[in-house]
Design a protein around this ligand. Structure first.
Ligand code: NAD
Ligand code: MG
Length: 388
């Protein structure tokens, strides 16, 4: 099908989602033109992408990084810095892929929607923390928020058969599937001995370190409950988590008549990325295609709330509302970083988050300043607990 070539800004280009997005773009040079990039610490990789795709605008995190990158890519590439740089890049293309890690992705989410762009959102942390602020900018003419996260992308596809009335009265539940991570079936006692290598060994997905740890604690699924609620404007009480170890059914929607629609594929993030880039065109790559002539076992079970209290914390944060989801996500970022730096044990991750949440005092979250202040407070509390 002939299409207009669309410009793409890929922010967080050197990470797991970033490099898989590049893979999609490499195969569709007629459909997409990569015009802007950003990255964190991996400047050699960033420079290689700039050269391969002929990109002219790049964002980095500091002036020092700007000097280093400029030396690698030459003077005709415009290198911008910090949140302001990210915001300007996110307003500069038809499609913006937010593959930045953590709260640092917030300027991308807000700026892309404010500028009326299509936002292919992998960075769930920004949506979870800033849900009320995102809701305001989503109605900008032209703005479109599409979820790259595989579960939410699945739900987006399943909801295509709903008339899409506000609040989805025809939908009973969103069923978010979870692989269960590497510790599925482990008891609380066994989990006390979990190592970093164990936690980084995800059974079905290959992802960046932070989300891999989040998948081991099931905090990723807790965050995804909040993400689903914000994306589809549905109360968390209508979002349910189902453990599905094979990661073939990426999520489901149950309608009020009892019908359940699901989206299936082999686990490959290039599929939801390509869906978000191509919509309404489905790109013909066969990523994730299932061979139904081979034995295919699909099993489902309930998550274990005693071994994995993170999911409960997320529901509670949603009930508290206001800045509570921002606190949860910020405290979790700090705790996961401490775990990855070998400063705490695996069980401490969610304990730290729970202790931070115990100190949450209701705060409505009306502005970006409120959010930034709350994020800083939650991080300071988490660091305070870690220092003890
Ligand atoms: P990653 O760590 O592999 O990559 C993160 C990218 O962000 C890199 O380009 C890094 O340089 C950049 N970055 C890191 N810190 C930054 C900062 N402070 N400022 C600016 N840039 C920074 O992470 P990932 O696994 O690709 O995940 C990215 C996002 O996508 C996360 O929000 C994650 O939850 C979400 N996600 C990832 C997957 C997956 O399969 N990896 C699946 C679903 C959702
Ligand atoms: Mg996911």
């Amino acid at each position: 099908m002939p299409t207009v070539r669309r410009s793409v800004a890929l922010l967080g280009a050197t990470g797991s989602i970033g490099t898989q997005t590049l893979d999609v773009l490499r195969r569709e040079p007629e459909m997409f033109e990569l015009v802007a990039l950003s990255g964190g610490e991996q400047l050699d990789e960033l420079a290689a992408i700039v050269k391969e795709f002929g990109v002219r605008r790049v964002g980095v995190i500091s002036d020092g990084h700007r000097h280093t990158l400029a030396a690698l890519v030459g003077a005709d590439v415009d290198v911008v810095v910090g949140d302001e740089g990210l915001s300007s890049l996110a307003a500069s293309a038809d499609i913006v892929v937010n593959a930045v890690l953590g709260f640092a992705g917030l300027p991308v989410t807000l700026s892309a929607l404010k500028a009326g762009k299509r936002l292919a959102l992998a960075n769930k942390e920004s949506l979870i923390a800033a849900a009320p602020l995102v809701a305001r900018v989503r109605s900008t003419p032209g703005a479109m928020l599409l979820p790259v996260d595989s579960e939410h992308c699945a739900i987006h596809q399943c909801l295509a058969s709903s008339p899409g009335e506000p609040g989805y009265p025809d939908v009973r539940r969103l069923l978010l599937t979870a692989s269960g991570g590497p510790f599925r079936g482990w008891s609380r006692d066994q989990l006390r001995g979990a190592t970093k290598a164990d936690a980084l060994n995800h059974p079905t997905w290959s992802m960046g370190a932070k989300i891999t740890i989040d998948s081991s604690t099931l905090m990723n699924k807790g965050l995804e409950v909040l993400e689903a609620s914000a994306l589809f404007d549905i109360n968390v009480e209508r979002v349910e988590v189902v453990v599905h170890p094979q990661s073939i059914v990426h999520s489901m929607v149950e309608y009020v008549d009892g019908s359940v629609l699901a989206q299936l594929s082999r686990p490959d993030m290039r599929l939801p990325i390509a869906y978000c880039l191509g919509l309404p065109v489905r790109l013909d790559h066969g990523w994730g295609a299932i061979d139904f002539t081979q034995d295919l076992e699909l099993t489902f079970e309930a998550p274990d709330p005693m071994a994995f209290p993170a999911i409960g914390l997320a529901y509670e944060a949603s009930r508290l509302g206001g800045a509570a989801p921002a606190w949860l996500s910020a405290a979790n970022e700090v705790a996961v970083a401490a775990f990855l730096a070998d400063e705490i044990n695996w069980c401490d991750i969610v304990d730290v988050v729970a202790r931070v949440m115990d100190g949450y005092v209701a705060d409505p979250l009306d502005s970006l300043q409120d959010l930034v202040a709350n994020d800083a407070t939650a991080r300071a509390r988490a660091h305070g607990i870690l220092d003890q």
